[in-house]
Design a protein around this ligand. Structure first.
Ligand code: GLN
Length: 309
């Protein structure tokens, strides 16, 4: 067994036994039905080595992890003009915070908090029907993962659509400043559906490989994005990917990562591996508790922190 295989096996064994599991998100009612006991991990090395543990094959709601893929798409569409609409500073506020938007005249701090992600989705939607925009997002993720079976959990999307009052407030507020181009309900519809994409850890780790490989897609060798852009998306993941828990994540794990309230985290060890973990119980900042614990253990054992072994 390789060092990585042993580490992943040990971590999956340990996570199965842990009793500190955090709390599942309940503000999207459908997510409250997910069993907290799940834990999955998948590591896809840049050399093609694939190592998995626990429930690595079970699809879960990727939620905010989708924001990495929509940011990549929107940068492809708008280039660096995107940064006129959305900043790239950590917010230090919860993912669904409203106050900062007022101080900053409707310009979201970064593309990973909800307001910023809604503004990014609005950009992808421009010039398209919602169905086409959603199709483009889904096709892109399927292409990255090299897996046509990835789809949307319509129950989760409908559940959030019924209860997404906070996101509607954020979107309407941005609209009042002219930050959104499309009708608010259409932008939100696409956003709720992209968040409801269901993927397993293995699919997610495969989809994230381009960020570990300077923007290249290993299936074809062709670039998805250029190396500079991959580097910069990783930088924003490191500083903003865990909301007001981003400092703690950098301190403990030391890698770019993006979390979602479904309990998934996509994590990038540049030049080494793409990693996905899933455990539905969240900490106070809305990030997977055991997901973070597992990644901390993995990076420590593998010496993968970008800040030094
Ligand atoms: N769909 C969720 C929301 O907008 C995503 C939040 C998250 O995963 N942190 O509230």
């Amino acid at each position: 067994m390789s060092k990585l295989q042993i580490a992943v096996r040990d971590i999956a064994d340990e996570m199965r036994e842990r009793t500190d599991r955090g709390e599942v998100a309940t503000y999207i009612p459908e997510l409250a039905n997910v069993d907290r006991k799940h834990f999955g991990i998948a590591v896809v090395g840049v050399d093609g080595e694939v190592v998995v543990g626990g429930d690595h094959d079970m699809p879960f709601s990727i939620q905010s992890v989708s924001k990495v893929f929509t940011l990549t798409l929107a940068l492809g569409k708008a280039g660096d003009r995107l940064w006129q609409r959305v900043g790239r500073e950590p917010s230090g506020s919860p993912f669904n915070s409203v106050v900062q938007l007022e101080y900053e005249r409707g310009k979201p701090r970064n593309p990973f908090i909800n307001a910023g992600a809604i503004a990014v989705t609005d950009l992808i939607l421009s010039g398209h029907q919602p169905r086409e925009a959603l199709g483009e997002i889904l096709r892109f993720i399927r292409f990255l993962a090299d897996d046509q079976s990835i789809g949307i959990d319509e129950k989760v999307a409908a559940s959030e659509q019924r209860t997404g009052f906070r996101n509607a407030a954020l979107a309407n507020y941005m609209k009042s400043f002219g930050v959104l181009d499309n009708p608010v309900d259409l932008t939100l519809g696409v956003y709720f559906h992209q968040c409801a994409i269901a993927m397993s850890c293995l699919q997610l780790a495969r989809a994230g490989r381009y960020l570990a490989m300077s923007g290249r897609n290993p299936a074809t060798g062709h670039p998805v994005i250029n190396a500079e852009r991959a580097r910069r998306i990783n930088a924003v993941m490191l500083t903003c990917g865990h909301y007001d828990g981003s400092g703690e994540f950098a301190y403990r794990v030391g890698l770019p990562g993006k979390s979602g309230v479904g309990g998934g985290i996509l994590c990038v060890a540049p030049g080494k591996a793409s990693i996905a973990v899933w455990s539905p119980g969240l900490d106070a900042a809305g990030n997977s508790h055991l997901g973070r614990v597992a990644l901390e253990a993995l990076t420590r054992r593998m010496g993968w922190s970008i800040f030094g072994a």
